[in-house]
Design a protein around this ligand. Structure first.
Ligand code: FAD
Length: 383
C-alpha cells in the first residue's frame, strides 16, 4: 500500500489551491448573486490544463490520471463549487467524446472544450425519466445522412450557457436501455429551445429544460454506435460520481477551515469558543468523516486508474460524499452563529449548492440500488 502523491500531483495541487484562494473564493458569492457562469474563469482554468484533464494532448487535453482529476475537483470545490462542477461535467463529456465520437466532433467540439473555449452540457433526464433514466421518450429518427431529434430534456446543467449538448435519445423506441443513442447537438440548432430554472443553489450553472422540436443534426454527430449510448455513458458516471463527492468534500473542508478560525477568535462566557468541548468535538468528528470519505474517493480513483472494477465504490462515494459534506457544512453554519445564516457569508450558499449534488448525477437511493445489486445479487434488483 502506498498513500503518497507524486511530486507532480503535489505541485498541481498547490497551483490549484493558490488559484482557488486568489481567483475563485473571493468571487464565489458574487457569481451566485449575478446568476451567471464566469466564462473568463473557464478560460483561465483552460490555461491551467483543468478543462481537458481526461482528454489526450492530441485534442488539447492534459491526459491526467483519475487521481489527478480528483485533486482538481477537491481543490476547485474549495474555492467555487460551480466552477468545480463545470470541470467535472466536462471531464465526463471529454471522456465520452474522446472514446466514442467521430473525428469531426473531436475537431469541432472536443478540442475547444479541452482548451477552455467552449462549455458543453449532457442531457439525459426528462420529465418522465429521472432515476429511471433508460425510460426516456426523446426520439432520434434517421433521415438520409441526418438524424431528426424530438422531445424534451429537463434539469440540464449549463442549459443557459453551454455551447452544445450531448443528448440521449431513443433510436429504437420499443427497446429500453438497449434502444438509446447519444448525439452532439449544437446550441444554435434550428428547433432547439431553452427554458431556464430559478434554482435554490448551483445558480451560476443555469439549469433548464431543452426542447428539441425536430432538430436536424448531421449523421456523424452520432456518438459511438446506435443503441449503445446508455452503456457508453454509464462507465463515465463511475468517474463523475467520485469527482462530485470530492467537489462536495472540498466545499466542506473549506467551511471547516473557516469555522476553526472563527471559533478561535469568537469569545463567549469569558473564553474562545474553541476552548469548549461542545465546539471542539463536532469539528473533530466532521474532520474524521470528511477524511474517511476522501480516502474512499481517492482509492476508487486509484482502482479506475488501474482498470480494476469500481462501480460499487463509485456509488458509495456519490451518496456518502455529498451527504457528509452537507452535514459538516450545516454544523459549521451553527458553530458560526447567526451571521452565518445571512447571505453575507458563504456558508448558506455552500449548503444550497451541495444539496443540488445530492440529486444531480443520481440520488442516494439510486446509488444504494447499485451497491446492493453487487452485494446481494442482480436477482434481487427491485426492477
Ligand atoms: C443540480 C442538478 C444538476 C443536474 N444536472 C443534470 C444534467 O446536467 N443532465 C441531466 O441529464 N440531468 C441532470 N440533473 C437531473 C438529475 O440527474 C435527476 O434529477 C436525478 O437523476 C433524479 O431524477 P428525478 O429528479 O426525476 O427524481 P425521481 O426519479 O422522480 O426520484 C424522486 C425520488 O424518488 C427516489 N426513487 C426513485 N426511484 C427509486 C427506487 N427505485 N427506490 C428508492 N427510491 C427511489 C429518488 O431517489 C428520489 O429521492 C440534475 C439535477 C440537479 C438537482
Amino acid at each position: 500500500m502506498d498513500f503518497s502523491w507524486t511530486e507532480d500531483q503535489i505541485a498541481f495541487r498547490q497551483i490549484l489551491r493558490d488559484f482557488s484562494k486568489k481567483e475563485l473564493l473571493p468571487n464565489y458569492m458574487k457569481w451566485d448573486r449575478e446568476e451567471k457562469f464566469p466564462f473568463d474563469i473557464w478560460g483561465k482554468l483552460g490555461t491551467l490544463g483543468v478543462t481537458g484533464l481526461r482528454v489526450h494532448e492530441q485534442y488539447n487535453g492534459s491526459s491526467a490520471s483519475c487521481i489527478t482529476t480528483g485533486i482538481a475537483a477537491e481543490e476547485i470545490g474549495k474555492g467555487d463549487f460551480n466552477a468545480a462542477y463545470a470541470v467535472i461535467l466536462n471531464g465526463l463529456i471529454g471522456e465520452i467524446l474522446q472514446e466514442f465520437a467521430s473525428e469531426r466532433i473531436k475537431e469541432e467540439w472536443l478540442k475547444p472544450m479541452a482548451s477552455g473555449n467552449c462549455l458543453l452540457g449532457i442531457a439525459i433526464t426528462e420529465p418522465g425519466a429521472g432515476s429511471d433514466a433508460a425510460n426516456l421518450q426523446t426520439k432520434a429518427a434517421k433521415d438520409g445522412n441526418s438524424y431528426i431529434l424530438s422531445g424534451e430534456k429537463s434539469g440540464i446543467s449549463f442549459a443557459k450557457v453551454a455551447h452544445g449538448f450531448v443528448v440521449f435519445a431513443k433510436t429504437s423506441p420499443d427497446e429500453g436501455a438497449r434502444g438509446v443513442s447519444a448525439f452532439m447537438v449544437p446550441r444554435d440548432s434550428e428547433g432547439l429551445e431553452i427554458q431556464s430554472y430559478h434554482d435554490m443553489g448551483n445558480v451560476p450553472i443555469g439549469r433548464g429544460s431543452i426542447f428539441l422540436n425536430d432538430v436536424c443534426i448531421p449523421g456523424d454527430y452520432l456518438i459511438g454506435e446506435e443503441n449503445k449510448g446508455f452503456y457508453q455513458v454509464m462507465n463515465g458516471f463511475d468517474l463523475s460520481r467520485v469527482l462530485i463527492a470530492l467537489q462536495c468534500l472540498g466545499a466542506a473542508e473549506q467551511t471547516l477551515e473557516e469555522t476553526i478560525e472563527h471559533v478561535k477568535g469568537r469569545h463567549a462566557f469569558g473564553r474562545p469558543l474553541a476552548k469548549f468541548e461542545g465546539v471542539q468535538f463536532p469539528i473533530a468528528e466532521h474532520h474524521t468523516w470528511l477524511e474517511m470519505a476522501k480516502w474512499l474517493c481517492y482509492r476508487t480513483l486509484w482502482l479506475r486508474d488501474k482498470g480494476l472494477p469500481h462501480t460499487k465504490e463509485a456509488s458509495m462515494c456519490k451518496w456518502m460524499g455529498p451527504y457528509l459534506a452537507r452535514e459538516a457544512i450545516h454544523e459549521c453554519l451553527l458553530l458560526n452563529g447567526h451571521y452565518a445564516y445571512t447571505k453575507e457569508m458563504p456558508i448558506e450558499q455552500r449548503l444550497r449548492d451541495v444539496i443540488g449534488l445530492e440529486i444531480g448525477d443520481g440520488t442516494a437511493q439510486t446509488q444504494k440500488i447499485v451497491i446492493a445489486r453487487e452485494l446481494i445479487g442482480k436477482e434481487f434488483k427491485p426492477y
